[in-house]
Design a protein. Structure first.
Lengths: 169, 507, 637, 98, 469
């Protein structure tokens, strides 16, 4: 019962945050509202008894990534003058919504076909660090390995694109 | 004749041409090399012709599996049907080199390439192999027209190329369909014409595939109404290219119909023969009428060539021994007469720097030898008895009478129409008073006269002793017609109780 | 026997060889230097004389054989053989062809000799002889060919030569146009011939395609096919022998040198049609309807041409129309299945018409290429040889007994009457009168009365011997050959007809003496009346008349040429222009050009869609996404 | 129950798409994409709750890692853009077109 | 041991990437040497791949990677293609960077990273692995597109490509989520058994596959997800363009095929969808290409058309007896032709790619006949004129289509290739049928030329010896 209320609250927050992200003109405000979404998503993860991900969501997303974004935004200290004046925005919003209706309806139709089973009680270990870690390092070794490659690439890429380049080239 | 004669005849010119493309030689040397190769091929062709046994079988057969997965094989052969076309491709080329001496190296290279490709297309007995050569032989033409052509060459080039390739690509789809059907029916992949002729094609797509083939060949021949690329291309192309196009390449279109379409699509062919022959006749009359209005000799000859091709096509569509033999014979005859006429026009252009009819006049007095040669070729092309042109046209008309009287009558009108524009042109160009361009028109030099003499003699010889040729092609024609009729009947019977499974299998 | 048979195939070769020789000589030398005419003359005349000799040999040999198996055939080689079609390059000498052979070679040789004088001094002397030889060879092939296809070789060959010779003076456009006209009109006829031959092959040709085999199988011919064949063949004959509706080329053909007109357009080539019909007599007797068509076309042509002949002022045109008219007679003859009569008229006509032409040629030669009879007059005193010989020819033509023309024409008219074609007979008699009239109109105007052009008159004189001797020979011939076929009523017994009998299938009607007398009387009467009127009007130098009304209409040949020009020639050319200028680009080529344009247009449209805004690209993606979702959401229950 | 989570994630996903197509600000667009990835994560977790297997958790982690990597690169690009033209308007960058 | 051998090429490339990365960290090595190093690594990988040979049997790394890597004939063909592409790209960039001096050492490292991602992508036997591999590849290529920071167009290209690519990545993630939801697993093998056993919620599977396909279709620039490709190709440096035009397409198509053949049922469900997609892609691509004046844009558009043909190949594959031969062959043929053209462009393009329009190449044949001939060969191969590889590829594609009963599709493919003649011939005409207006002098090393020659030869070699089939 209580869980339902929590879910509704978090869901509302998340959606509101998302809408804010889309509507706020200044990226700073958008970022803040996205943070709200992230945090409420973390709450939802908790409701889904995914403890580790709950933590990661807070640390990695709401923490690292979003702060990075905010940092960059500030770093470029964007004035309102730099912002594009998006006149026909509402028009685009409207059109986008119209376009998205079929997509959303399709996806919702798809998930509606699931058996609407009530959330069963899962074992206490579910979603814990240890358990997830075991799964990760036993079954999901390869993705874990190549993710390192991915990060390496992004590192090099960041250097190439934004890093300070030596003279002579 | 040694074992790989055909491959040799195909690849000697091709390799020679490639070598010329990359070797740093002057135009004189290039011409010499081209001449040499052409003469070698000529000699081989003549020897092949002499040694050719007058039976219906394939001869000088070569067979190498190529893509085993799809049953594509490198298989060559010559029989009576391809013999004269092959001769046309092998014999006439030295003329080009001997007459036009002022071309660049690349031009001669392209000539060699096109000759090899055409011989390949003529000798191929595997449908895919034929298609490959068929496409390849267009490229040198494309370059020859585009690089060495007249002022308006670009649109002409683009038109002939796109037009022709469009046709051939449609044919590609159709021939793959045929091969797949063969795989369905017999369980193994093969594009060899011998296997494909055993097919029983049915279902909705068969007619479409048939027309895809026909359109490809109709564009090459060209059959009405797919001829619109021809006048521009023939006019803008350098004369020797026009010669190649009209004398040989167009014939390969007809040959393709005989060799590939008729055996594979016999039912469809029988069903549409009347329509097709009407198209042929329409083209003959249409182009003949258009020819009378031309101011440019080359253009006039282009239309007349198209007109004659219509007749040849009709002979094929009538599908009886006389007409078919007539067409096969006429292929060679027309190659000699019209080809030579185009070369003559090239000479006139070189000498008088013009192609407009009214710029000429009185050449008969300036250049009697030239006039005589021209007249002989012209009379052959209007089908005067005693020249090569008559036998073919007579046989075709004879066969057309058997096929359908109205078609025959319309076909016969070529006797009149051809004469009209040809005499009209001959009068303006060779008779009357000399124009200022042609006032001191130079007669054939001894070398040129000697170069043309063999062909002129050939024209007359083919008119007086045609049996030497016909006896070699006639058995194959007999066999073809017999196959066509027998299989036509048997399959017609089979279609009567066509199983629905096969029908809906088609798509 | 065998050697003699081999001679047959030699006969056409001599003139052909001569043609080749003289032609090559002329072709290679005419630019640099002019060879002596004597050389060309000898080279040119040897061939015809040799063939004449061998023709005589063959004739004698045939004469020596029993009447039934009087035929020699020789087959040098198979021309072409496809399926059932077996065409031999073979030659056949039977009574019919041997007779033709004789007079063709004979008159041919004479005219060659005559030409030596007539063409003297012409730049293209050698070319002329080459063409003339070529013609003779082709004509001999036509006559000797043992089957329709071989005949067609000669048939077209003579057509070609007539084209070449009509446009011999090719610097002048009109001559060339006349030549083109001749060739094209002939080709129209040949179309009929080829179709007829093909039809004949599919009907009965499988068992051998020469006359003898065809004759043997002729009975198996279905009526419809048979009639079609006969009419198609006759179309060919119309073209070659200038019958309605294809006669128009012959008068123009007079543009050629006069010996050509004499040889080709009077004596030999134009009669090929008659010969061909006679050749196929075994068909025409089977189908009398076809025969009567031939007869009627012939006699009407005769009438029409005679009417035109009344008003001509060009001496050669007069003769040309008389030729057409006489050809009409011949067709009337063969049409009513009196083949021997027709052929016999061919035979006699060859003599007197050649004679007349050569005489006219002499006159023209004397008057410095003046052909208008209204510029001549009183030449009788100046050139007596020409006058007397031409008089003989004119009398023969007009059918004056006992000259050759009388007998042959009488034979035809008599057969027409006897076989019940009374209409044809009446028209024939009328035409006979007209013939007499216009022939003597010409004679009187040219030779009698006072000179109309004094200057030319003073210089006029008889031609040299090389020209007059042939005239005299022909005159003798024209006078006497008639007796070769003397009917019984005159104490003869139709030698020629009997000679021809083996190779013709015809029946001789047996009618009362009265009918025969009637025919003869009518013929003579018509001749007398015609001459009388002509004498009254033109003997004493009548002035050139002003033509009014019908006469004017006739003077303009009923405007037939103009009509043909307006109905066929001009539309043809206009049509060609329309096709190549409007129809080709605007209609046939339209789909191609249109598709190309559409393609480019679409290209530009898509180019415009690439706006370069990343957001728009995202929108494209989402559009695609939502469309696909619509597409998919159907597939979920 | 689980369906509600999924529907929520779908809504967030679509909102992300909406942000991408309707905004010109580079940051906003980029964050909308992050939002889409988050929606995916939510779906992963919901499903792993449904299947009661923890693979979903791992998958979510992977997605997070990818998101982080992309973020790093994206921000670098943003800086680059800002260097060229001190604007964050995607429509400014439309030299390449047609 | 054999397992290790089959993985060795991949490991070699990874090693090469890291080595180059380290090299570029200390700035000692000259650029040329880096090029040779990467060429060497690629060559080694290629040869090793050939040596380990393509056994027909599929190799699943159950033990070590829990079946998340799969190696079979098809992936090996794809790997060979990718290695070759990397090799020739490095080769031509060697000359390219000598002409326009914007090269950096990381360039080669990134190429090798991208290659790693591609190889992983082809071998991926599981969704999230594929996703990560895809991202590795994509990130590397983003950077390659925009590495020249001073050129605004490059920056714009990376912006567009990256935003849209990440956008597509979002779809991939969501799709993976749905598939996971459908079966509780994301490995292809397990999915296959699940579908066979019917223990799967097909609507979820459909939705997931749909979103994943959207992502893949974006990567291969299928209509209507194609809009980016022209701009990005134009903005990127020529060698990069060549690389992404060929290797990327090969990798993604391999994955696409692998997903489709998870089970026949799955494939059947998408045939109609792919049919329309193929048709629109072919004709849309043609219509875009005809309007272009810039050579790179035209090639991009023609790449769209070839995507259409490859989609036909996807329609025609049969999940039961799948060898991937047809698609592999077509990819190889297409790669040879396209790489060749870009190799030629990279040394003909000149300083700062000043020659990129059709008209800039007028009269090339008069001045540089061999280069013109090579370009002509490549164009003819792309146009599918025999006896080039392109013809054979088209032949096999159409054959497979008709064999699968898709006659209409085959005919449409033929029609579209008729359309495409137009813009291929346009360049040939420009090169041959006009007089030269400039002397086309090119600085820089002959390596790009050598690469062009090698590719020109290989076009014929592939065409005349269809060994793969």
């Amino acid at each position: 019962m209580f869980a339902e209320w929590l879910f509704i609250a978090f869901a509302l927050l998340a959606v509101l945050g998302a809408i804010g992200l889309i509507l706020f003109r200044h990226p700073m405000n958008g970022a803040m509202s996205l943070v709200v979404t992230m945090i409420s998503l973390a709450g939802l993860y908790a409701l889904l008894s995914a403890r580790l991900i709950f933590v990661l969501q807070l640390i990695v997303y709401a923490g690292a990534i979003m702060s990075l974004i905010l940092f960059i935004i500030m770093f470029l200290n964007i004035q309102n003058s730099d912002l594009p004046e998006e006149k026909g925005r509402n028009l685009y919003l409207l059109g986008g919504i119209v376009l998205l209706i079929p997509v959303a309806s399709l996806l919702i139709k798809v998930v509606k076909t699931l058996p609407g089973s009530e959330a069963t009680i899962v074992g206490s270990g579910f979603g814990g660090v240890k358990e997830v870690g075991l799964v990760l390092f036993q079954d999901w070794l390869l993705p874990f390995e190549i993710v390192s490659l991915l990060l390496l690439v992004s590192l090099v890429g960041a250097v190439v694109l934004a890093g300070k380049r030596r003279s002579g080239k | 004749m040694f074992e790989y004669a055909l491959s040799f005849m195909i690849f000697l010119p091709i390799l020679g041409g490639l070598a010329l493309l990359f070797a740093p030689v002057g135009r004189g040397a290039a011409r010499g090399i081209g001449m040499g190769i052409a003469l070698v091929v000529l000699a081989m062709g003549v020897e092949l012709f002499i040694g050719f046994a007058a039976t219906g079988e394939m001869q000088h057969v070569e067979h190498r599996p190529w893509s085993t997965a799809l049953g594509i094989s490198y298989s060559l052969g010559v029989d009576g049907i391809s013999l004269l076309v092959l001769m046309a491709g092998a014999v006439l080329f030295p003329l080009v080199y001997s007459v036009f001496t002022t071309r660049e190296k690349g031009f001669y290279a392209n000539l060699l390439l096109v000759q090899g490709a055409m011989i390949g297309a003529i000798c191929a007995t595997d449908l895919v192999l034929f298609y490959i050569f068929w496409e390849v032989m267009l490229l040198p033409v494309f370059f020859m027209i585009g690089i060495y052509g007249g002022e308006q060459r670009l649109p002409a080039t683009l038109k002939i190329t796109i037009y022709t390739i469009a046709g051939s690509l449609l044919m590609l789809a159709a021939l793959i369909y045929v091969g797949v059907t063969h795989h369905d029916q017999f369980g193994f992949w093969s594009f060899a014409i011998a296997d494909l002729s055993a097919l029983e094609l049915r279902g909705g797509f068969t007619a479409i595939a048939f027309f895809m083939f026909m359109v490809a060949f109709a564009i090459k021949i060209p059959l009405f109404p797919f001829h619109t690329w021809l006048p521009d291309a023939y006019t803008e192309a350098p004369t020797s290219t026009t010669f190649v196009l009209s004398a040989i390449m167009a014939k390969i279109g007809v040959y393709g119909v005989i060799r590939f379409v008729i055996p594979v699509f016999d039912l469809e062919f029988a069903r549409w023969a009347m329509l097709l022959s009407l198209a042929g006749v329409a083209g003959m009359i249409y182009c003949g009428l258009a020819a009378i209005a031309q101011q440019d000799i080359k253009r006039l000859l282009a239309f007349s060539s198209a007109s004659h091709m219509g007749i040849i096509a009709v002979g094929v569509f009538c599908m009886n021994v006389q007409a078919l033999t007539g067409s096969l014979f006429q292929i060679a005859a027309h190659a000699t007469s019209t080809g030579v006429l185009f070369l003559f026009v090239g000479l006139m252009e070189e000498r008088a720097q013009t192609r407009r009819i009214e710029d000429f006049g009185g050449i008969a007095y300036q250049a009697p030898i030239f006039a005589t040669f021209f007249a002989i070729a012209m009379l052959a092309s209007v089908g005067l008895p005693g020249t090569s042109g008559f036998i073919g046209e007579f046989l075709i008309i004879l066969g057309a009478v058997k096929f359908s009287m109205p078609i025959a009558i319309l076909t016969g009108t070529t006797l009149v129409i051809g004469v009209c524009y040809m005499l009209w042109m001959f009068q303006r160009v060779f008779f009357e008073q000399a124009g200022e361009r042609s006032a001191r028109f130079e007669d054939l030099k001894p070398t040129e006269a000697l170069a043309f003499l063999p062909v002129i003699l050939l024209i007359i010889g083919m008119g007086i002793f045609p049996q030497a040729f016909i006896s070699k092609i006639e058995p194959a024609a007999q066999q073809q017609v017999a196959q066509f009729q027998s299989s036509g009947q048997s399959k017609a019977a089979a279609t009567a109780q066509a199983t629905p499974s096969r029908l809906n299998h088609q798509n | 026997m065998e050697t003699t048979a081999a001679y047959i195939s030699l006969i056409p070769l001599f003139p052909l060889a001569g043609a080749l020789l003289t032609g090559l000589l002329h072709m290679f030398t005419c630019r640099s230097r002019k060879l002596p005419e004597s050389l060309y003359a000898t080279l040119g005349c040897i061939g015809p004389l040799l063939s004449l000799f061998f023709a005589l040999v063959v004739f004698v040999h045939l004469k020596g054989m029993p009447a039934e198996e009087r035929f020699l055939s020789h087959i040098p080689f198979t021309w072409f053989a496809v399926g059932d079609l077996q065409v031999d390059m073979g030659f056949l000498a039977d009574p019919l062809s041997s007779l033709m052979l004789l007079f063709v070679t004979f008159i041919g040789s004479l005219i060659h000799i005559y030409s030596i004088g007539y063409m003297a001094g012409d730049d293209n002397f050698g070319k002329f002889f080459s063409y003339l030889n070529l013609f003779l060879g082709a004509m001999l092939i036509l006559v000797l060919g043992n089957g329709p296809v071989v005949m067609f070789v000669g048939w077209e060959g003579v057509g070609l030569c007539s084209y070449l010779l009509i446009s011999f003076y090719s610097k002048d456009r009109d001559n060339v146009l006349a030549g083109n006209k001749a060739f094209i009109v002939n080709r129209i006829g040949d179309l009929g011939f080829v179709l007829g031959v093909s039809l004949l092959f599919w009907a009965i040709g499988a068992g051998g395609f020469d006359y003898l085999s065809l004759q043997a199988n002729a009975s198996g011919l279905a009526p419809a096919v048979g009639i079609a064949v006969c009419l198609l063949l006759f179309l060919g004959a119309c073209g070659k022998s200038a019958q309605i509706p294809l006669y128009v080329w012959l008068p123009d053909a007079m543009a050629g040198p006069t010996p050509v007109s004499a040889l080709i357009h009077a004596a030999t080539m134009v009669t090929a049609g008659v010969y061909m019909v006679a050749r196929f007599s075994f068909l025409y007797v089977q189908f009398p309807i076809a025969g009567s068509v031939v007869a009627w076309v012939g006699i009407l042509t005769a009438l029409l041409a005679a009417i035109f002949g009344l008003f001509q002022r060009d001496i050669k045109k007069i003769l040309a129309y008389s030729t057409v008219s006489q050809l009409g007679y011949m067709f009337a003859g063969v049409g009513v299945a009196a083949y021997s009569a027709g052929i016999f008229h061919v035979f006699t006509h060859a003599f007197f018409k050649a004679l007349l032409f050569l005489g006219a040629g002499a006159v023209i030669y004397a008057m410095h290429h003046q052909q208008d009879i209204w510029k001549m007059g009183g030449l009788k005193k100046k050139m007596p040889k020409t006058y007397w010989t031409m008089l003989v020819g004119a009398l023969a033509l007009a059918g004056c007994p006992p000259l050759s023309g009388f007998f042959s024409k009488d034979e035809i008219l008599f057969s027409a009457l006897a076989k019940g074609h009374t209409g044809i007979w009446i028209v024939g008699v009328v035409v006979a009168g007209l013939t007499a009239y216009y022939t003597f109109r010409m004679i009187f105007v040219v030779f009698h009365g006072q000179p109309r052009d004094q200057h030319a008159y003073d210089q006029a004189q008889d031609a040299p011997a090389v020209m007059t001797v042939p005239l005299i020979i022909l005159a003798v011939g024209a006078f006497f050959v008639g007796f070769l076929n003397l009917p019984g009523i005159f104490g003869g017994h139709l030698q020629v007809s009997h000679w021809l009998a083996p190779s013709l299938t015809e029946s001789h009607p047996h009618v009362g003496i009265g009918v025969e007398l009637l025919a003869i009387f009518a013929g003579v009467a018509a001749f007398a009346i015609g001459i009388y009127i002509a004498y009254r009007k033109f003997n004493e130098g009548a002035p050139e008349p002003e033509y009014q009304g019908f006469a004017r209409f006739g003077y303009h040949k009923f405007y037939v040429d103009e009509v043909y020009n307006a109905v066929f020639v001009q539309p043809y050319k206009a049509f060609g222009g329309v096709i190549s200028r409007i129809f080709e680009p605007k209609v046939v080529d339209l789909p191609v050009r249109l598709s190309a344009r559409l393609y480019r247009w679409g290209g530009n449209a898509f180019k415009a869609l690439q706006v370069g805004y990343v957001r728009v690209y995202a929108i494209y993606m989402v559009i695609g996404l939502s469309l696909m979702s619509l597409f998919l959401s159907q597939s979920i229950n | 129950m689980i369906q509600d989570y999924l529907i929520l994630s779908i809504i967030l996903f679509c909102l992300g798409i909406l942000g991408v197509v309707s905004r010109r600000n580079v940051f906003t667009v980029f964050m909308s994409i992050e939002l889409m990835l988050n929606a995916a994560n939510l779906a992963f977790l919901a499903f792993s709750r449904l299947h009661e297997s923890m693979d979903g958790h791992v998958l979510a982690m992977m997605v997070m890692a990818v998101a982080a990597a992309e973020a790093a690169l994206a921000l670098a690009v943003v800086i680059l853009l800002h260097k060229h033209k001190s604007k964050l308007d995607t429509n400014v960058f439309s030299l390449l077109r047609g | 041991m054999h397992d290790f051998l089959t993985l060795l090429p991949l490991l070699i490339v990874v090693a090469g990437a890291i080595v180059l990365m380290l090299l570029s960290a200390f700035d000692k090595t000259p650029l040329e040497r880096a090029a040779f190093v990467s060429m060497g690594f690629f060559a080694a990988a290629f040869l090793l791949q050939l040596l380990t040979g393509c056994g027909p049997e599929t190799l699943v790394f159950e033990r070590i990677f829990n079946g998340m890597l799969v190696v079979n004939n098809f992936t090996m063909i794809a790997a060979l293609i990718i290695f070759a592409c990397g090799f020739f790209t490095a080769m031509s960039s060697h000359s390219y960077f000598q002409v326009n001096r914007v090269g950096i050492l990381e360039f080669y490292a990134l190429i090798m990273f991208a290659a790693c991602g591609m190889i992983l992508l082809t071998m991926a036997g599981e969704m999230i692995t594929a996703f990560i591999a895809l991202e590795i590849m994509s990130l590397a290529i983003y950077v390659l597109v925009g590495f020249d920071r001073n050129r605004l167009t490059a920056t714009e290209a990376i912006l567009k490509y990256m935003l849209l690519g990440a956008f597509a990545g979002g779809f991939f993630a969501m799709g993976t989520a749905l598939i996971y939801g459908a079966a509780g697993t994301t490995s292809f093998a397990a999915l296959s058994t699940a579908i066979a056993g019917g223990t799967i919620s097909s609507p979820l599977l459909l939705g997931g596959a749909f979103l994943i396909f959207v992502a893949l279709l974006f990567k291969i620039a299928a209509f209507p997800f194609h809009a980016w490709v022209m701009d990005v190709y134009e903005g990127a440096a020529v060698p990069v363009t060549g690389f992404m035009a060929t290797a990327l397409k090969a990798a993604v198509f391999t994955l696409f095929a692998n997903i489709l053949v998870i089970h026949g049922e799955l494939h059947q469900g998408w045939v109609e969808f792919l049919f329309y997609l193929a048709v629109f892609t072919m004709f849309g691509g043609n219509l875009i290409a005809i309007g272009q004046n810039n050579l790179k844009r035209m090639l991009a558009a023609s790449g769209i058309v070839h995507t259409g043909y490859l989609l036909i190949g996807l329609v025609a594959i049969s999940a039961e007896s799948f060898t991937g031969a047809v698609i592999g062959y077509y990819l190889a043929a297409y790669a040879a032709g396209t790489l060749g053209i870009f190799a030629a462009l990279s040394y003909l393009g000149g300083e700062g790619e000043k020659r990129t329009n059709f008209d800039d190449f007028r009269g090339l044949a008069r001045v540089r006949p061999y280069s013109a001939a090579a370009i002509t060969i490549f164009l003819l191969s792309m146009a599918g004129i025999p006896p080039t590889a392109g013809f054979m590829g088209k032949f096999y594609i159409i054959t497979s289509a008709i064999n699968a009963g898709q006659i209409a599709l085959a005919v449409l493919a033929v029609v579209s290739s008729i359309f495409s003649m137009w813009y291929y011939l346009r360049l040939i005409i420009a090169m041959y049928f006009h007089q030269a207006e400039e002397s086309f002098t090119t600085a820089g090393s002959p390596w790009a030329g050598a690469g062009t020659l090698a590719l020109a030869i290989s076009v014929f070699a592939i065409g005349l010896y269809p060994i793969i089939i």
